[in-house]
Design a binder for this molecule. Structure first.
Ligand code: ADP
Ligand code: MG
Length: 251
């Protein structure tokens, strides 16, 4: 595997007229091509801030972010962002929603409409191409949202608590689906979550942050049998010991 993303000694201080908030302090880590990593830590510790910097939306106060050998200095087309709310356009149908990126970008580096149609089919949305988002279940909406993000052919997917608005039952099955899509499309992903079980069930590696200013407390390798799905991981004998060590780190 080769390194796709590198954060080198990243610091970020938010400046407002009256105050300065040190949000991130000396954070360094790297992500290999095809890896799925999670970032966990208490609310307000700087998780979203890290994703914004990787996406090129927010320049670090100091330090460097490198994607595929290039220093990130503006909004990066190498990166796709998926949020807690799926942000689907209610007035467009499913197919129009996933085509919106390629349309705006005049298809530059984007997936073809044939490829997008086949992704919709492959991931359980055939027959729903013409449906409006309001006709879909929460899980289907998140799959459409992910396929829409994939349409721009990003090298890295950033997922900021994308499942937290779903009820528990739906969340488990959507985690499974999203994990399968990301792995079978060979994408690299960074998931931000405050749900320890979610992080263990989906990731190859978990980065634990301290409370603000966020620094790296620990990086834990998660080592299940390669073929296990997130749901199967939850029933695996290793799951509880990972849970226990993460729980202790977060106390
Ligand atoms: P998390 O995603 O881990 O909950 P954030 O990255 O959103 O945390 O925020 C980290 C810290 O930076 C918080 O204390 C937050 O209040 C502060 N912060 C976030 N965005 C801004 C901003 N635009 N201006 C000033 N402070 C901010
Ligand atoms: Mg956040």
């Amino acid at each position: 595997m080769n390194t796709l993303l590198e954060l080198k000694n990243i610091n970020l201080t938010y400046q407002t007229l009256k105050t300065e908030t040190e949000a991130i302090k000396d954070v360094s880590f790297s992500v290999e091509n095809g890896e799925f990593i999670s970032i966990v830590g208490p609310s307000g510790c700087g998780k979203t801030t890290i994703l914004s910097m990787i996406a090129g939306l927010l320049p670090p106060s100091s330090g460097q972010i490198v994607i595929d050998g290039e220093i990130v200095s503006k909004v990066s087309t190498n990166v796709g962002y998926m949020f807690q709310r799926d942000n689907l356009f209610e007035w467009l149908n499913v197919y129009q929603n996933v085509m919106i990126g390629p349309k705006i970008n005049h298809k530059k580096n984007c997936l073809s409409s044939d490829k997008l149609k086949s992704l919709l089919k492959k991931y359980g949305l055939s027959g729903f191409e013409k449906a409006r988002p309001s006709e879909l279940s929460g899980g289907m909406r998140q799959r459409v949202s992910l396929i829409r993000t994939l349409a721009l052919n990003p090298k890295i997917l950033l997922l900021d608590e994308p499942f937290s608005a779903l009820d528990y039952q739906t969340r488990l099955s959507v985690q499974n689906d999203i994990h399968q899509i990301i792995k079978s499309e060979h994408k690299t992903a960074i998931l931000v979550t405050h749900d320890i079980s979610e992080a263990i069930s989906m990731s190859d590696k978990i980065i634990v942050l301290t409370k603000r200013p966020g620094t790296i407390k620990k990086i834990i390798d998660i080592d299940f049998d390669k073929n296990l799905t997130p749901l199967e991981r939850r029933n695996n004998i290793l799951f509880n010991s990972y849970f226990k060590s993460l729980w202790e780190e977060l106390q």
